[in-house]
Design a protein. Sequence first.
Length: 66
Amino acid sequence: MSLIYFHRFLILCAILFGAYFAWYLWRRYDSTGASSSLWAAVGSGVVTLALIAYLPTVKGRQARRP
């Protein structure tokens, strides 16, 4: 496994974790009404969306054509 594919795998793991964390914080905000949970859920969602937008830009080296 080359380093670029490992990097893409780590980004995918961060996306999954961020989505779960945003969902968890949103449910916590629903039950407690604490505004800090709301802002943390929104922040986690924004970071997750940024990682989703970043993932397609990470590409391996292209083979040289003669």
